[in-house]
Design a protein around this ligand. Structure first.
Ligand SMILES: C[N+](C)(C)CCCC[C@H](N)C(=O)O
Ligand SMILES: O=C(O)CCC(=O)C(=O)O
Length: 486
């Protein structure tokens, strides 16, 4: 799955222009970036399949174009006959070759195919766990026969270890690796945002979210999936209602601050969150190996004072600007680890292992998957060379400049009744200093719990637009052993 980050520049702006305009960014959001997790090529149009049916001679000629040239050793078994427009398959010395389309073929190791059999004997139909012992498979196993069936490839293993396996075409194609064929899954879209998001912040109503059909919950989490945060309006201003709201997503993540927090500026816990100081844009739990996934906040009260506005910044948006304008700094922040600690509680002291910590920008391949930034919770930087130290400070200064620009910052004054959930791996949060009595409640939710709930809701509603889901309560769909998730 590749990720494409596109910067839709105001017309006529070139990168050079961009640099100058970015440095003088005032209020206008420089651009809207749409980061689309998309497949690479679109499926080639099956021009041939729409053509008239083939004469056997033509089909024979085509088989050659469907499949790569035969391996040096003669293949055992001619390609299965192509009929009713089915993919073709052939047994080579160590792999089965499947021709899905003109020029779209992939090879699968014999041992891989046997190892991935998902019949009830090899793969538990209920628990979706593997039952087959991989290490009982002879390393030189080879199918006796392969057959192209309407729904998939049927493989007959040799009579010495009799077994028949079946692999749906779509599943085989999705898991192709030699070579990996372009994926055709619908793209899931991440929308990077700047301060302009204030015009239409992603919001769902409490009533929708709490609806038993889970339609509103799907809408809420789809917002978080796209924007990295979402408000929930109309939440009763109580800890009970807020806790019930957070458990709609999943069980909360307990930490040294408790399972569900109800906090104010009384230093009840050893952290500046429990003061009235301003907190710059940060992500939480930088001192944990695995920072929490979601963070839910609900302002329950603010009386007798001012300030206490909430700050949200899209870390992926800011990172994309840093990458565009200062690629060297982007690389530095993607490489150099930052140590962190939480040492304000007498009964606990959290530090990172390895002690040199993790980079501010974490990637999976080329894709940015996490922003980890809290300059207040940072420990001592002592693992860099002198020149790296200069490089790192230069880089975080550029990062800070972009992070705190009017273009990036979205300030909002929360009020009782409106909760907000942020993806702590992407969106940074903070607050302005305040006076008076200010009380918030909320919870952390693990990234895996959030992703699991979203995946279940996608299974249930995937073919419907969350915005237009009917109020009908859909029963949970039976999860197939061929689910694209497994
Ligand atoms: C529990 N509550 C969210 C109120 C505060 C947590 C402390 C925040 C900490 N400085 C961090 O950045 O992780
Ligand atoms: O008080 C707030 O609005 C946010 C506090 C905060 O940043 C945190 O608890 O992580």
């Amino acid at each position: 799955m590749s990720t494409v980050t596109k910067i839709m520049r105001p017309s006529g702006m070139t990168t050079k222009t961009l640099k100058s305009s970015c440095r003088t960014i005032s209020t206008s959001c420089r651009s809207t970036l749409v980061r689309v997790q998309s497949t690479t090529a679109q499926r080639q149009t099956r021009t041939l399949h729409s053509a008239t049916s083939w004469a056997s001679a033509a089909a024979a000629a085509l088989k050659r174009t469907y499949l790569p040239p035969e391996s040096s050793t003669p293949a055992n078994g001619a390609p299965t006959a192509r009929s009713q427009d089915l993919p073709v398959s052939r047994i080579d010395e160590r792999k089965v070759v499947v021709g899905f389309d003109i020029g779209e073929w992939a090879k699968f190791h014999h041992v891989w195919l046997r190892d991935h059999c998902r019949c009830p004997e090899c793969f538990h139909p209920v628990t979706k766990q593997r039952l087959l012992n991989t290490f009982d498979i002879p390393p030189d196993i080879k199918p006796a026969k392969v057959e192209s069936k309407p729904d998939g490839l049927e493989v007959h293993w040799p009579s010495s270890i009799p077994h028949t396996s079946f692999y749906p075409w779509d599943w085989l194609r999705r898991h192709s690796y030699d070579p990996p064929l372009p994926r055709h899954e619908s793209s899931s879209e991440e929308i990077l945002w700047c301060s302009k998001i204030q015009q239409a912040p992603p919001t769902v109503s409490y009533e929708e979210v709490m609806s038993p059909d889970e339609r509103g919950l799907y809408k809420w989490l789809t917002n978080v999936d796209k924007f990295g945060f979402s408000f929930v309006s109309g939440v009763p201003a109580t800890t009970e209602a807020t806790e019930e709201l957070s458990t709609q997503i999943g069980f909360s993540r307990e930490t040294q601050y408790g399972k569900f927090w109800d906090f104010t500026a009384d230093l009840a816990r050893g952290d500046t969150a429990y003061t009235n100081l301003a907190l710059g844009a940060h992500t939480d739990n930088t001192y944990f190996t695995d920072p929490c996934g979601l963070q839910l906040f609900h302002l329950l009260e603010h009386t007798g004072g001012t300030g206490g506005a909430t700050l949200l910044v899209d870390g992926f948006y800011v990172a994309s600007i840093l990458k565009e304008l200062y690629p060297k700094a982007y690389d530095t922040l993607s490489r150099i680890g930052v140590p962190a600690h939480a040492a304000g509680e007498p009964g606990s002291v959290y530090t990172l292992f390895p002690v040199t910590g993790y980079p501010i920008l974490r990637h999976h391949g080329d894709e940015l998957v996490q922003v980890r930034w809290n300059n207040d919770d940072r420990s001592t930087m002592d693992h860099l060379t002198a020149s790296e130290m200069d490089e790192w400070y230069d880089a975080i200064r550029l990062w800070h400049k972009l992070l705190t620009s009017a273009d990036s910052e979205y300030w909002v004054q929360l009020s009782p009744g409106t909760a907000v959930v942020v993806n702590n791996h992407r969106v940074l949060h903070g607050r302005s200093a305040f006076t008076g009595k200010r009380r918030l409640c909320g919870a952390y939710i693990g990234l895996d719990e959030y992703r699991s709930k979203l995946a279940v809701l996608k299974e249930r509603f995937s073919d419907q637009d969350p915005a237009s889901l009917s109020a009908v309560i859909l029963p949970p769909k039976e999860r197939s052993v061929w689910s694209p998730l497994l």
